[in-house]
Design a protein around this ligand. Structure first.
Ligand code: SF4
Length: 400
């Protein structure tokens, strides 16, 4: 696929006529048509992989659109089911996702106890293998249905992250992907006294540094580190700690590889990617609470190329920029200097969490092309020229 421009269909939340034919919902339907589900065979089991949120983390793909995707799969002859990690599936009802509202069953990605898995070899840094969700693995077709947002560990949560983390058992997600940055040396215990280690713990505004005095072991949790470099400044005369790009890029590189392993279980013509760029928050849906959107609503994208849809998502977010007044006050060290060439998500989470790293890694792995053609459907310019009804009345179906 590399080297060839991939089609990425785009429907903007903006529309050019006061009419249903111009609406966002209609654009979602058109994109589903353009994606062409005819490669789904009758009876294919279709995994609609979503992030279903957690607790009060409701800013996921609205059930209204999930239902439309599910109906389109059924119309094509597929047998859809929605899948995600067990916790999110079991409490999905709290956020409005049920088999009745979505139109299909919700099944945990690795079975009812998160133990139905396929051991998958990785051999990447400190990760020998991970446990892929058996339910996702066994499906015939993948619809990677994504809510795009920022992410504190990797800068960006998009279509790759949805299957790269969401496609694996909890132990693999939390203890392997989230710890891959530990593969690189960043602290020299011989140079550091316990007193200095405690000083480094104190100086970190993000509480990322911990120190075990008994073991004389200092650990940096890179998930929340925004590379403010306060620890490096405090360490100036000692030189025992380093904040290195590799400690961050490893997460994104492993994400690309783990997404590839999931994609490899599906035929090329049985993979579909749909990404909603609405309610774009700084942190992931898994935090379990609502958050202020930091980028304006943009629209919906659909593609058969995971690299292209990720690149297009990031490019559209870069073009929209941050709504600076919406950045939560607890986010520290946000770089708003316009002269800094940073993606909005890197401004929020630090320059070493450049969200394009995962796109480049995925392209290197042959997962698709970052070169894309953005094909807008029902653009505001187009629908402005179409005749809208002069008066809008209640129509069928109606109570009256
Ligand atoms: S760079 Fe800043 S946020 Fe990261 S560990 Fe050091 S002090 Fe903490």
């Amino acid at each position: 696929m590399s080297g060839k421009k991939a089609d990425v269909y785009f429907g903007s939340v903006q529309h050019g006529a006061r009419a249903r034919f111009a609406s966002f919902a209609r654009k979602v339907d058109v994109i589903l048509e353009r994606l062409d589900f005819s490669t789904i065979d009758r009876g294919d089991k279709v995994a609609v992989k979503m992030h279903l949120g957690f607790r009060e983390g409701y800013q996921t793909v609205p059930v209204f659109f999930v239902r439309r995707v599910v109906q389109a799969v059924r119309k094509a002859g597929g047998v859809p089911f929605i899948t995600d990690n067990p916790t999110s599936v079991y409490n999905a009802v709290e956020r409005g996702y049920t088999s009745e509202t979505c139109g299909c069953p919700l099944i945990p990605v690795a079975g009812v106890k998160d133990r139905y898995t396929y051991t998958t070899e990785f051999g990447f840094l400190n990760v020998e293998s991970m446990e892929m969700g058996g339910v996702l693995h066994d499906a015939d077709v993948l619809v990677d249905l994504t809510h795009v947002k920022g992410h504190n560990s990797c800068g960006f949560g998009g279509a790759i992250k949805n299957i790269a983390l969401g496609g694996y058992q909890a132990h693999s997600r939390w203890n392997k992907i989230h710890r891959v940055g530990q593969a690189f040396d960043y602290w020299d215990g011989d140079k550091c006294t316990p007193e200095h280690a405690k000083e480094l713990v104190e100086v970190c505004p993000q509480n990322c540094i911990s120190y075990d005095e008994k073991e004389h072991k200092l650990t940096v949790s890179f998930d929340m580190c925004n590379q403010c470099m306060e620890c490096v400044k405090a360490d100036r005369d000692v030189g025992c700690i380093q904040i290195r790009p590799e400690s961050f890029s490893a997460f994104q590189e492993l994400m690309a590889l783990s997404a590839k392993k999931v994609l490899d279980t599906f035929n090329d013509d049985k993979r579909f990617f749909i990404s909603f760029l609405i309610d774009i928050t700084a942190y992931c849906d898994c935090w379990g609470f609502g958050q202020p959107p930091v980028v304006r609503d943009i629209g919906v994208l659909g593609s058969r190329d995971i690299v292209a849809i990720e690149q297009a998502s990031l490019d559209l977010i870069a073009k929209a920029g941050l709504m600076t007044e919406m950045i939560p006050p607890f986010m520290k060290n946000v770089d708003l200097d316009p002269s800094a060439d940073l993606h909005p998500f890197a401004r929020l989470h630090g320059p070493m969490k450049d969200p394009y790293i995962v796109v480049r890694a995925a392209e290197r792995l042959g997962m698709g092309s970052s070169s894309y053609e953005l094909v807008e459907v029902l653009s505001p310019e187009e629908t402005m020229k179409m005749k809208a009804p002069e008066r809008v009345r209640e129509t069928e179906p109606s109570f009256y």
